[in-house]
Design a protein around this ligand. Structure first.
Ligand code: C2E
Ligand code: MG
Ligand code: MG
Length: 328
C-alpha cells in the first residue's frame, strides 16, 4: 500500500513550464497497537513520518515506541536550546592554524561551545543542525560572528594584530538575504579589519540556490575572505571550485586521518592541494594529529594545518602564548 502511494505521488506534474515529480514521507500507525483513539494514532503516525524523513526522502516508516522517546528528547533539547540562546549560554573556543612554512600561528578558527548546567557540554554536532531546523541558526551565527570579531579586535598587540579569525556560518544563514548587511553591521560595531576575517561555509551552499555567488562577491568587496569547509565530503566538491569565488580550501579530516596508512590518501590530498594551488587558493588541512601527517602535508605543499597535534580549540586567553611560539 505505502509503496503504491509513493509511486502514485511521484508521477510527473506540470507546473507552468516545468515538470516536477513530487515526493512524500509517510508515517504509518496501526490501530489498536499504536493508539486507541484518533489523537494518539495521529501523533504516532506523525513521529513515524519524521523517522521516514530522517531516513531519506520519499520513504515510509512504521511507528515504533522508541520514536516517542526520541521525539520527546528532541523536543526537550529544542526547548533547552531556545533557553540557551535567550540566556547566552555559549562561549567560543579558538583553534590555531599553523603555517607550515613559518611554523607560526597565522589564524584561529572560532568554534562554539554550549555548556548546559545539568547536561554538561553539548557538542556543536548535536545542536547546530537542530538550530538550523528550528530557525535559531541566524541568531547563533550573528552572536558567534560578533563575539569572534570583538575578540580579534581586542588582540591588537605584537603578532596578534595580524591574526586572522575564521567563523563558521551555516549554509542556510549564508544564503540569507540579510546576511551581508549583518556582517557589515558587525564590522562597524567591532572595528575589526575585514582582511582579518574569514567566513567558513560548507559546499552545501551550492544546493541552496543562486544567492551564494552574490554573497561571496559582496563579502569579497568588503575585503572578507571565504573558505570552503570540510572540502571533499560533499558530492559537488569540484563544482564548488568552479562556481564559488573563494580564497581558502579546508581539506576534511577524513582524508588527513589516513595519510600515514594509505598511499591512495596521499595521492588524493596531493591532488587536491595541487589543484587548489593552481587555482590560487590557500589550503588548510583539518584535524592533523601526528607529526608524520604534518610532514607528509608539508611535503605535499599544504600551506596551513589545524589539528590536535598543534593544539585543540582553547579559550581565548590561551591564544596569545600560542601565537608567540614557533610550532614546527
Ligand atoms: P569544523 O568547522 O570542520 O571544525 C573542526 C572540528 O574538528 C571541530 O569540532 C574541532 O574541535 C575538531 N578538530 C580539530 N582538530 C582536530 C583533530 O586533530 N582531531 C579531531 N578528531 N578533531 C579535531 P567541533 O568544535 O566539535 O565542531 C564540529 C563542527 O560543528 C564544526 O566543524 C562546524 O561544522 C560546526 N560548528 C562549530 N562551531 C560552529 C559555529 O559557531 N557555527 C556553526 N554554524 N557551526 C559550527
Ligand atoms: Mg570550520
Ligand atoms: Mg571542517
Amino acid at each position: 500500500g505505502a509503496n503504491r502511494c509513493l509511486k502514485e505521488i511521484h508521477q510527473p506534474v506540470e507546473l507552468g513550464t516545468q515538470t516536477v515529480r513530487p515526493m512524500a514521507s509517510l508515517g504509518i500507525a496501526l490501530f489498536p497497537k499504536d493508539g486507541s483513539d484518533m489523537q494518539q494514532l495521529l501523533k504516532a503516525a506523525d513521529s513515524a513520518m519524521y523517522a521516514a524523513k530522517e531516513a531519506g526522502k520519499h520513504r515510509y516508516a512504521f511507528y515504533i515506541p522508541e520514536l516517542t522517546t526520541q521525539a520527546s528528547q528532541r523536543l526537550a533539547l529544542e526547548q533547552q536550546l531556545r533557553v540557551a540562546v535567550d540566556n547566552n549560554d555559549f562561549t567560543l573556543h579558538y583553534q590555531p592554524q599553523i603555517s607550515l612554512s613559518s611554523g607560526k600561528v597565522t589564524g584561529v578558527e572560532a568554534l562554539i561551545r554550549w555548556h548546559h548546567a545539568e547536561l554538561g557540554d553539548i557538542p556543536p554536532s548535536e545542536f547546530i543542525n537542530l538550530a538550523e531546523r528550528i530557525g535559531l541558526i541566524q541568531e547563533i551565527g550573528e552572536w558567534v560572528l560578533e563575539t569572534a570579531c570583538r575578540q580579534a579586535a581586542s588582540w591588537h598587540h605584537d603578532a596578534l594584530d595580524q591574526l586572522q579569525v575564521a567563523v563558521n556560518i551555516s549554509a542556510i544563514h549564508f544564503t540569507d538575504l540579510d546576511f551581508v548587511n549583518m556582517v557589515t553591521r558587525v564590522l562597524n560595531t567591532t572595528g575589526i579589519d575585514p582582511k582579518r576575517l574569514e567566513i567558513e561555509v560548507t559546499e552545501s551552499v551550492i544546493q541552496l540556490g543562486d544567492n551564494y555567488s552574490i554573497t561571496c562577491q559582496q563579502l569579497d568587496a568588503l575585503g572578507i575572505k571565504v573558505a570552503v569547509d570540510d572540502f571533499g565530503t560533499g558530492y559537488s566538491s569540484l563544482a564548488v571550485l568552479k562556481q564559488l569565488p573563494i580564497d581558502t580550501l579546508k581539506v576534511d579530516r577524513l582524508f588527513i586521518k589516513d595519510l600515514q596508512h594509505e598511499a591512495k590518501s596521499t595521492v588524493l590530498v596531493g591532488t587536491i592541494i595541487g589543484m587548489a594551488q593552481a587555482l590560487g587558493y590557500k589550503v588548510v588541512a583539518e584535524g592533523a594529529e601526528t607529526l608524520e601527517q604534518i610532514q607528509i602535508l608539508r611535503g605535499l605543499g599544504c600551506h596551513q594545518v589545524q589539528g590536535y597535534y598543534f593544539s585543540p580549540p582553547v579559550p581565548a586567553d590561551q591564544i596569545p602564548s600560542l601565537v608567540s611560539k614557533v610550532h614546527f
